[in-house]
Write a protein that binds this ligand. Structure first.
Ligand SMILES: [Zn+2]
Length: 197
């Protein structure tokens, strides 16, 4: 839940998360300016507010230099980007999944294209494949590596030997690809123009 408070005349947005097992409150300010308050599920709002007020100085130290308007602008443009590129990404990823699955022949339910922050793809126990839309804009070999990696999770939902043996069938040099992929953070992948050609 997104909320706002005013500290020193500056509007600060924060997300309130409720957690069942939590015993006390937690505050975290992330480098992108995201301010997250995590509270036990049963905490009333006035206690949460009092806690935030008590930590006023600490919070102010962390957020005073953050340009929240700039950040929300950036977030908005990222959202627009995702909307614009999603269908292209779906077409690319689906065709690559089909292409490689001609060989593997694994069963899957659904392919979802998402706007995830920190991962390129995932595979669920229910055999659904999820891909970060930005994966479609990676260099071809890395994009295909992401696809094959998730595809192989349909058979081996872990990173043990047998899993890599499956990946290896397509990419004998998967270790190099994996390392190269690690160097690219999806948040830094700014060139999303490939889809226009
Ligand atoms: Zn994996």
């Amino acid at each position: 839940m997104d909320k706002k408070i005013k500290i020193n005349g500056k509007e600060i947005r924060y997300s309130l998360r409720r957690r069942k097992g939590l015993k006390s409150m937690r505050l975290a300010v992330y480098p992108d300016g995201a301010f997250v308050v995590t509270a036990p599920k049963w905490y009333p709002v006035y206690i949460i507010n009092r806690f935030i007020e008590e930590k006023f100085d600490w919070i102010w130290e962390k957020v005073k230099d953050i340009d929240f308007q700039e950040i929300s602008k950036k977030k908005k443009s990222e959202k627009t980007n995702y909307k614009e590129k999603k269908e292209f990404a779906r077409a690319v990823i689906e065709s690559r999944v089909k292409f490689f699955n001609n060989f593997y022949n694994f069963f899957y339910n659904r392919i979802s294209i998402k706007n995830q922050k920190s991962c390129w793809g995932s595979c669920s126990r229910k055999k659904n494949l999820n891909f970060n839309y930005k994966a479609a804009f990676l260099p071809d070999n890395l994009r295909d590596y992401v696809v094959v990696h998730e595809l192989c999770h349909l058979e081996e939902l872990n990173h043990r030997k047998n899993f890599w043996k499956l990946v290896e069938k397509t990419f004998p040099d998967y270790k190099i690809l994996r390392n190269n992929l690690r160097k690219i953070r999806s948040s830094n992948l700014s060139n999303l123009s490939k889809g226009d050609s």
